[in-house]
Design a protein around this ligand. Structure first.
Ligand SMILES: C[S@@+](CC[C@H](N)C(=O)[O-])C[C@H]1O[C@@H](n2cnc3c(N)ncnc32)[C@H](O)[C@@H]1O
Length: 217
């Protein structure tokens, strides 16, 4: 099933998933959501760390990975992204993101091989895994998790304690998870596996989002 290209309110594209019947980003602004939830409230907390290990569910259009690549030029980044339904290169080439001057560089995110670390830039290594994240055995090696799954009513298996416990165990102490979703059930499930939760202002069109912190001790 193919996805449909949609223009969001800040002028950036998202996709409408035929399979899941929902959008990949907020229709109030894909770029705005990504920059607010994942970059400002997640990545920025680690901007002075020399080496950074990030996990993303799911990779989708590659927007979060692309923005992270742009914002971390003075760091060394290992970026692991799970995705069960990779989009086609034809569709990726129509996305209007990358302050997309360097279209070829953006497309490398999509054309690079799955299952093998790929040095996308001198400072940035991408490992794309074409695997359901909840079935994968995660190593304990991440500073930051971008949890960008479709909503809990669409994919409840990506918002339960089983996956959140795996995330918790895979983070270094002091590590954080950010997500656009602030639902009470999600907040409680994250707390039950040990996270300390912050409910913070969300991006345009959304009152709140969550930041989940793994305590240092
Ligand atoms: C909200 S979209 C992600 C948006 C993406 N971060 C972006 O910037 O375009 C959710 C993504 O999760 C993927 N997905 C669905 N089930 C998954 C699973 N079990 N494990 C990993 N990814 C999954 C979907 O195919 C979709 O691309």
């Amino acid at each position: 099933m193919e996805n449909k290209l949609i223009l969001t309110q800040d002028g950036s594209h998202t996709l409408l998933s035929e399979k899941f019947g929902t959008h990949y980003h907020s229709i109030f602004g894909a770029m705005n959501e990504s920059e607010h939830v994942f970059l400002k409230e997640g990545l920025l907390k680690f901007i002075h760390k020399a080496t950074l290990s990030i996990l993303e569910t799911g990779f989708g259009t590659g927007l979060n990975a692309w923005l992270t690549l742009q914002k971390t030029k003075n760091q060394t980044v290992y970026y692991t992204a799970f995705e069960t339904n990779p989009i086609s290169i034809a569709l990726a080439s129509q996305l209007n993101y990358p302050e997309i001057v360097l279209k070829d560089d953006f497309l490398k995110l999509h054309t690079c091989q799955w299952g093998k670390p790929f040095r996308l830039a001198q400072h940035f290594t991408l490992l794309k895994l074409n695997h359901p994240v909840q079935e994968y055995s995660l190593q304990s090696e991440f500073d930051l998790i971008y949890h960008d799954a479709f909503a809990p009513n669409i994919q409840p298996e990506l918002w339960d304690r089983t996956l959140f416990k795996k995330y918790f165990d895979s983070l270094f102490p002091g590590g954080i998870l950010v997500t656009y979703c602030a639902k009470g059930d999600v907040r409680r499930a994250l707390m039950e596996v040990g996270f300390k939760i912050e409910k913070i202002p969300g991006p345009s069109g959304k009152r709140h989002m969550l930041r989940a912190n793994k305590p240092i001790a």
